[in-house]
Design a protein around this ligand. Structure first.
Ligand code: PEP
Ligand code: MG
Length: 919
């Protein structure tokens, strides 16, 4: 027998046997197909049908033809479906109608095609009218088929059908579709068929099998549609998965007032609250609800209109949530009083909802704490920490009449931007003009997704919490307000209006996705307070507990160890305090030079640089010492009991000097004007700066090289560090200073500088009569340092990977030039998979790191290893640091919560597995 390409919904056991496990079934049958099969198995009322596999799609995409045997298997499955329903495809006497639905492994809402009512033709229509006695419904269904077939299978523009329909309604004086009579729909069917012929060049197919075949091909083809490709790129879904096709018996929500259709979430997908949230429409088809075109009723209202069905619906939804152990997004239809479940899938949710749901479900024992951690992505936590509106500024804006409208709070977050009324303009303004954009539409469709992604926020005047705009915005974490019905949008004039106030394209608005409010103008935002986010704090505590398990990690040496710690990069005490409050347990990098840039210190720093004798330099440094000491004192105080790594001065000295070109200009102007006062000093300064010129300063006199050329600066810094540490110790603060020497390339540099500095450390401790533990170590930023790590570790007690420089030097790219000139092209052309300055290049830079850790620990088994480059806050890079045996990652204080979660993800993902040497 040929390969099995088609599975009936009740053949899930066979699919499992073929695919190996449930993950395999989902790959084979897609999310929707496996869901329908699984629901069928669980005894949920699902309309009979079958799934054509993703493997068939991939074969079709290669050859342009169905694979051998597939179509025969589909026809056989259709015959079984006929038996199950007691209906016959194409038979006027008792016709079976089916839908043809896409369904990839990962849901891609609205991105691919679906065709409904397949199986209708001129004779079936007559039979259906006899059967149902409802000609209005039958003609309406037929016109939907002709329209969908035209737009989906033959790619006709929506307008080809929408304009004549609008014109027809206008001519009859109708406002809504429900005013259309059977005769009206019949007349439109005739018009749609002739439009079909005009644009397609052939008649609408009367052969129902032809309809099914073409629809199946159209769904396969829609996998490669532009919008689907864009979506997959954004969501990092593999191109190779393909979509399955589900052929499902049609059930009708539009067969009268005992029929209905709706969508619901088993918990609120915006907040995570435990309450069923959904909407439905009596006497309507599913697309009417999802498109957000008609105003829906909340699903609870079904309790009054259809109490029995509602009870059954609530019972089944609850069962589905327990079965899948996750919040479900369900689609249902009631056909003449009988409930059918059409789809269930894990609901898309906001970051806030993801956290709350995960914590609630773990507390209820439905999932484990580990699962709860894995269910929340680093991006979702990132979004939770995004700025919110300053409540006082918002109150003031409301008082001064800036509140423009209010709608449904579909996706939380504060968005401030300029309004644009279509997706293309929104995307263009965001990308080309670098504007912050808010996309405003009456409602959105899948074609609008590129504009939404480019926007800071989305506002629609129609639709509810499950409209397209709401679902997509939630998924991408874009703040969104929908259904702000008091706002009248005029797409032609490019304006929107509310209570007589008009906003034009390009005007600024502020959208609060958490409350549904829309304001004119720009409202300032502020950082959210982590203390108030109790569920997130709980989840992060669980994440820390996972990382702290003593045997969670198998190191490349085979030894067991705890997972990563998360430290932070902080230059000032206020950053250190924030880092602590976000859960950092150390400072991995304090860039001391930032302290030199303070306006009141800079002149002394410049004097120190320009000094012609060592005495002059020491005198300037003596002035700087007390301020450095108090900087460090504040850091130790904020980090009481935790390690603080202070990096000695790193940048080339010219960075502290005035700009050469500007100074030259000043000198010339003075000369031209004949001004003499101060001219000589300026000329002297200019010549000093010229003398410091280097052709490639980032590879010139900086880092440890500068310390060797001019040791007085670092000697002062080390004295300041140890005096501050001693003072703190005397006050009862527990200090663990770690002095970090930057840009080492050879152990001889350390041999030259480190003993001098250590002598100062001991001297200060002697003077102050205190003792505390401290370390001297180095950054690994130069490939040579990584390669000679074994020697470097003879002196260095810790390594910290400066992956910004290490990436620059390993690739030989200057970061700024590369990002400006060619990295985008490299990533687009797949020469590089990602920007290596954002995500660690495991094969190259990573290999050096792994080698450095292993070799360093051969010399010094308890060598402390961390990372302090930008990569320390990137989840994939954090995972790599876990794998090579780093002790900690250090990142910006704002990314600490994300890093804590990512560290736990890495620990759980690799729990118990050994990581080979030299990744
Ligand atoms: C690095 O190079 O990764 C680093 C942290 O140092 P800086 O960015 O200050 O050069
Ligand atoms: Mg560096």
């Amino acid at each position: 027998m040929s390969k099995k390409w088609v599975y009936l919904f009740d053949e899930v056991a066979q699919a499992e046997a073929y695919a190996g496990d449930w993950e395999g079934v989902r790959t084979l049958l897609g999310g929707k197909g496996s869901g329908l099969a699984d629901m069928t198995r669980a005894g949920v009322p699902v309309p009979p049908g079958f799934t054509i596999t993703t493997e068939a799609c991939n074969e079709y995409r290669k050859s342009g033809n169905f694979p051998a045997g597939m179509w025969d298997q589909a026809l056989a499955a259709l015959a079984v479906t006929e038996q199950k329903t007691g209906k016959k495809f194409g038979s006027p006497a008792n016709p079976l109608l089916v839908s043809c639905r896409s369904g990839a492994k990962f849901s891609m809402p609205g991105m691919m095609n679906t065709i409904l009512n397949i199986g209708m033709n001129d004779t079936v229509v007559e039979g259906m009218i006899n059967l149902t006695g409802n000609p209005r419904f039958v003609w309406d269904s037929y016109r939907r088929l002709v329209e969908m077939f035209g737009t989906t299978v033959f790619d006709l523009e929506d307008e080809i059908f929408e304009h004549p329909m609008a014109a027809y309604k206008a001519q009859k004086g109708y406002k809504v579709d429900t005013q259309m009579t059977a005769e009206d729909w019949q007349a439109l069917v005739a018009e749609f068929k002739s439009l079909f012929k005009k644009h397609v060049g052939e008649d609408f197919p009367q052969d129902v099998y032809k309809q099914l075949e073409l629809s199946t091909k159209a769904v396969f083809n829609s996998w490669m549609a532009d919008k689907a490709v864009t979506y997959r790129k954004k969501e990092k879904i593999s191109e190779d998965l393909g979509t399955a096709v589900n052929i499902v018996t049609m059930v009708f929500g539009n067969m009268g007032n005992d029929s209905a259709t709706g969508v619901a979430f088993t918990r609120d997908p915006s907040t995570g609250d435990r309450k069923m949230m959904g909407e439905y429409l009596i006497n309507a088809q599913g697309e009417d609800v999802v498109a957000g075109i008609r105003n829906t009723d909340p699903v609870e209202k079904m309790g009054e209109t259809m109490p029995e069905v509602y009870k059954q619906f609530m019972e089944i939804s609850g069962r589905l949530e327990k079965h899948y152990r996750d919040v479900q997004d369900v689609e249902f239809t009631v056909e003449r009083g009988k409930l059918w479940m059409l789809q269930t899938r894990n609901a898309k949710r906001t970051g806030a909802a993801a956290v709350k749901i995960a914590v609630d479900m773990a507390n209820d024992g439905l999932i484990s704490r580990e699962e709860a951690i894995l269910r929340v992505s680093a991006d979702q936590v990132d979004f939770l920490l995004h700025p919110q509106f300053d409540p006082n500024a918002k109150r003031d804006a409301a008082k001064s009449g800036k509140l423009f409208g209010k709608g449904v709070n579909a996706s939380p977050g504060a968005a401030v931007g300029q309004i644009y009324f279509d997706a293309n303009t929104a995307e263009r303004m965001a990308k080309e003009q670098k504007q912050n954009v808010i996309m405003v539409r009456p409602f959105t469709k899948p074609d609008d997704v590129h504009g939404m992604i480019a926007s800071q926020g989305v506002l629609t005047s129609e639709g509810g919490a499950s409209s397209h705009a709401a679902v997509v915005a939630r998924q991408f974490g874009i703040p969104c307000v929908v259904g702000a019905s008091a706002i009248k949008i005029n797409l032609e004039n490019r304006t929107m209006q509310s209570a007589g106030v008009v906003a034009h394209e390009g005007d600024w608005i502020s959208v609060d996705g958490a409350t549904g409010e829309v304001f004119l103008g720009r409202i300032p935002t502020q950082q959210p307070n982590l203390e108030e986010q109790k569920d997130l704090l709980t989840l992060l505590t669980w994440a820390d507990e996972v990382c702290a398990r003593p045997e969670i990690r198998v190191l490349p040496t085979g030894e067991k160890s705890r997972g990563l710690q998360v430290w932070a990069n902080a230059d000032y005490p206020k950053d250190a305090r924030r880092a602590r409050s976000y859960g950092a347990v150390g400072i991995g990098l304090c860039r001391t030079e930032h302290m030199f840039f303070e306006p009141e210190r800079l002149p002394t720093v410049q004097k120190m640089i320009l000094a012609e004798t060592s005495e002059e330099r020491t005198a300037a440094l003596d002035i700087l010492l007390p301020s450095q000491r108090s900087d460090f004192d504040g850091l130790f105080d904020a980090m009481n009991g935790h390690p603080v790594i202070i990096r000695l001065i790193d940048p080339p000295l010219h960075e502290f000097m005035p700009d050469e070109e500007k100074l030259l200009e000043e000198v010339i102007t003075m000369k031209v004007k004949g001004e003499t006062e101060g001219l000589a000093a300026k000329e002297k300064l200019l010549s000093a700066i010229k003398g410091m010129h280097e052709s490639n300063p980032m590879m010139g006199l900086r880092g440890v090289r500068l310390s060797i050329a001019m040791p007085e600066i670092v000697e002062m810094q080390v004295r300041a560090i140890f005096e501050a540490a001693a003072d703190c110790t005397l006050r009862g603060v527990v200090v663990h200073p770690e002095v970090m020497i930057p840009l080492t390339g050879t152990v001889n540099e350390l041999k030259w500088i480190q003993p001098r500095l250590e002598r100062i450390a001991s001297a200060v401790m002697g003077e102050k009569k205190v003792n505390f533990s401290y370390k001297f170590g180095t950054m690994i930023e130069i490939p040579r340092a990584a390669v000679t790590a074994a020697e470097i570790a003879t002196l260095a007690e810790f390594f910290s990977f400066g992956t910004n420089d290490l990436t620059q030097m390993t690739f030989g790219y200057s970061r700024d030039d590369a990002e400006r000139n060619f990295l985008v092209i490299y990533v687009e052309q797949k020469i590089l998979p990602v920007n290596p300055f954002q995500t660690l290049d495991r094969e190259g830079v990573g290999k050096l790191m792994s080698m450095a850790v292993n070799d360093g620990r051969k010399t010094r088994p308890n060598l402390e290893v961390g990372i302090c480059g930008e990569h320390g806050g990137d989840p994939s890079s954090i995972e790599f640091c876990h794998m090579i045996g780093n002790n900690y990652v250090s990142c910006s204080p704002f990314r600490v919560p994300i890093a804590r979660l990512a560290a736990a993800h890495a620990a759980l993902k690799h729990a118990g597995t050994s990581v080979a040497e030299d990744k």
